[in-house]
Write a protein that binds this ligand. Structure first.
Ligand SMILES: [Zn+2]
Ligand SMILES: [Zn+2]
Length: 198
């Protein structure tokens, strides 16, 4: 997999990451405030050996709630895979969704730590200590969910020939007559015997 690895983008510098948002100003705004962002062509490398065919674009709406920020985002990218019938490479366009409340670690008004309520375990997304939203992990997780289970190269992909393993292109067959495995075997035997195998 060295060729795949060499295509991976370099590790991200969080400070320049377009998926990181500095939100101390926004946190000072009242609940109900909204900010919209449009993000073009960010390189993302989800886990699970998922291979993207291109960068991720996103529309993001951040809404201030009483406790934190709701991230509402639509993500667009394409995922590489192989056709589940004929194994040809397939690129599937996908649209991922994020709809998640992210809570601050420090309350910006009081400077006090924000406590999680019961039922909010360590999985709850948090802003950083510096009131930044690091959206990258949310993006990676949302795209991983969109991995197609059984992609097809085309809706009516004919699949592979049970006899020879080739893709069943139009007109694929073995010899002239009706395709009957028993007849095929007989004919092959006869040609072999006559020494004029095609
Ligand atoms: Zn196919
Ligand atoms: Zn065949």
């Amino acid at each position: 997999m060295t060729s795949a690895d060499s295509r991976r983008p370099h590790p991200v510098d969080r400070h320049g990451d377009p998926l990181t948002f500095a939100l101390s100003g926004f946190l000072a705004e009242p609940a109900g405030s909204v900010r919209d962002y449009s993000i073009e062509a960010v390189a993302v490398t989800p886990e699970d050996d998922l291979e993207l065919d291109g960068p991720v674009s996103a529309t993001v709406r951040l809404s201030r709630t009483n406790r934190g920020i709701v991230v509402d985002a639509t993500l667009r990218t394409s995922i590489r895979g192989e056709c589940s019938r004929c194994l040809r490479p397939v690129v599937t366009s996908v649209e991922g969704r994020i709809d998640e409340e992210v809570l601050p670690v420090i309350d910006i008004a009081s400077g006090q730590p924000v406590a999680l309520e019961e039922g909010e375990d360590l999985e709850t997304a948090r802003l950083t200590d510096h009131h930044e939203l690091e959206m990258r992990p949310l993006v990676e997780a949302a795209i991983s969910l969109e991995e197609p289970i059984a992609p097809l190269c085309e809706p009516d992909c004919p699949g592979l020939c049970a006899e020879c393993g080739e893709r069943l292109e139009k007109g694929h067959g073995h010899g002239d007559g009706p395709i009957d495995p028993r007849m095929e075997a007989l004919r092959a035997f006869r040609f072999d015997a006559d020494g004029e195998n095609r």
